[in-house]
Design a protein around this ligand. Structure first.
Ligand code: TYD
Ligand code: MG
Length: 445
């Protein structure tokens, strides 16, 4: 076999070159190349080639579909409904889950709480490359965790694998993948190659022992760190932990081989860790003493399998130089532009000379067709200065012709709105078009 040569890899995007270069030809980063030594044979770093796993995953020949047995109880309950919800009904055994999020968002807290709450008998292993054992203990005490957890403060993957093989855990947490390294690949942790290689080892082991592995990864706001991104296609599930307003945290699945990706988990960060939210429907509602200002409208949004009431806020100001722009982070800018265009056409109200700002109170991103109508009402209200009457909520999709189209689960949306004290719910069922709903809500005829 030909002898493998040393390569140089861009630590920013993973591009590989036979010689060191000052600038990466792929992503343009400067001084990002690091030396990658050839990896020794598979046996030397403990890969499981040749070992047949319990479900026959590594058996060489094909199996008849009819002869394959489905293992019973293939999921562990996470012990927390919000985590179970996002994962599609519990933690799948043998699966790999990437947990990304900004530093400080609460990934380690969530993982430690999962170690304690998972309903699985056997050792749980927490591999910590970031915090010392005593720091972890202090955190566990603060969280009131009494379950025995095996804490391994180690970052060299072969040593970790030896401990995994010895312990045969029912759950493995790796916090974080960016701290892991394999000496064969050099001593620098966090390179794309190291992250891929070390994670592959852990994912292999998880399959072999039929236990779930969680890979924690730091991701910046732009999601720009290349390392964790390259893991997305290797793992079964990708979860992102995000900030909501103040102490609210959202857990979303970006990819899930074993469930839907529509569900979100809602938590509040408290002094004793992450707590589930009791009344999610009203979590994002803005509680005001006085009147509701112009430019705001409440939407009944269907997220995953539940209805959340959210306030959409809009502001329009004359555009400088007549060139209109849309500033909207929480709702897709194209949706805002489209709804504004339909309003302009149907109501002869100009938006094309305005800068449009849109926000969703509570900091949550919404990508749902039912937000068209509340968005239109918020924009209309912002542009005219007329308030949406108190106690009004709505849902509906708007067609380019200005019709209001039905959206899923209207009855559940209406019921939640009513339960939350909204006496009036405008929907495709009780309005004939955009012009009609605007006239009815804003008191024209
Ligand atoms: P952490 O889990 O360390 O975040 P990450 O692993 O994503 O970097 O949590 C960090 C923040 O959470 C930190 O600012 C302190 C806060 N926190 C609480 O408010 N309550 C708690 O019980 C714990 C453990 C942390
Ligand atoms: Mg952490």
């Amino acid at each position: 076999m030909a002898k493998e040569k040393t390569r140089f890899e861009c630590s920013s995007c993973g591009h590989s070159e036979p010689k060191w270069l000052g600038k990466c030809p792929d992503c343009g980063a400067w001084n990002s190349f690091i030396e990658i030594k050839p990896v020794k044979s598979a046996a030397s770093h403990g890969r499981t080639a040749g070992n047949a796993s319990k479900d026959g995953r590594n058996d060489s020949g094909p199996k008849k579909l009819s002869s394959i047995e489905i293992s019973e109880g293939s999921r562990y309950s996470a012990g927390k409904t919000e985590v179970n919800r996002v994962l599609g009904g519990g933690v799948m055994r043998g699966s790999s889950v990437l947990v990304g999020g900004e530093p400080g968002i609460g990934k380690s807290t969530l993982m430690l709480q999962l170690c304690s709450s998972i309903e699985a008998d056997g050792p749980v292993l927490y591999i910590s490359g970031e915090e010392s054992a005593s720091q972890l203990k202090m955190r566990a005490d603060r969280l009131g965790i009494t379950r025995e957890i095996e804490v391994l403060c180690e970052t060299e993957i072969n040593s970790i694998m030896r401990q995994v093989d010895r312990l045969k855990p029912v759950l493995i947490i790796t916090d974080s993948v960016q701290t892991l390294y394999n000496t064969d690949l050099g001593m620098v942790a966090g390179t794309v190659n190291q992250i891929k290689f070390c994670s592959a080892e852990l994912i292999d082991r998880a399959r072999l022992y039929n236990c779930p592995v969680f890979l924690v990864a730091h991701v910046t706001k732009e999601g720009s760190i290349a390392g964790p991104k390259v893991l997305e296609h290797m793992v079964d599930t990708v979860l992102y932990f995000e900030h909501g307003a103040s102490d609210v945290r959202l857990l979303r699945a970006n990819k899930n081989r074993f469930g839907s990706i529509d569900e979100i988990g809602l938590f509040k960060m408290t002094e004793t860790g992450l707590n589930q939210v009791d009344e999610p429907a009203s979590l994002f509602l803005v509680k005001r003493k006085g009147e509701q200002p112009a430019g705001t409208c409440t939407a009944a949004v269907y997220e995953g399998s539940r209805v959340l009431m959210m306030e959409i806020q809009a502001l329009t100001v004359p555009a400088k130089g007549g060139l209109s722009r849309v500033f909207s982070e929480k709702i897709d800018q194209r949706r805002v532009s489209r709804v504004a265009a339909v309003l302009e056409k149907n109501l002869s109200l100009r938006f094309s000379d305005q800068d449009i700002y849109v926000n969703v109170a509570g900091g949550i991103r919404i990508d749902e067709v039912g937000t068209d109508l509340p968005l239109a009402l918020a924009l209309y209200s912002a542009r005219t200065g007329i308030q949406v009457p108190a106690g009004t909520a709505c849902s509906g999709e708007i067609s380019l012709a200005g019709e209001i189209m039905p959206v899923a689960h209207l009855d559940r949306r209406a019921k939640t709105a009513l339960d939350m004290g909204f006496g009036r719910f405008i929907s495709p069922e009780n309005t004939s078009g955009l012009k009609d709903s605007i006239n009815r809500i804003f008191g024209k005829n």
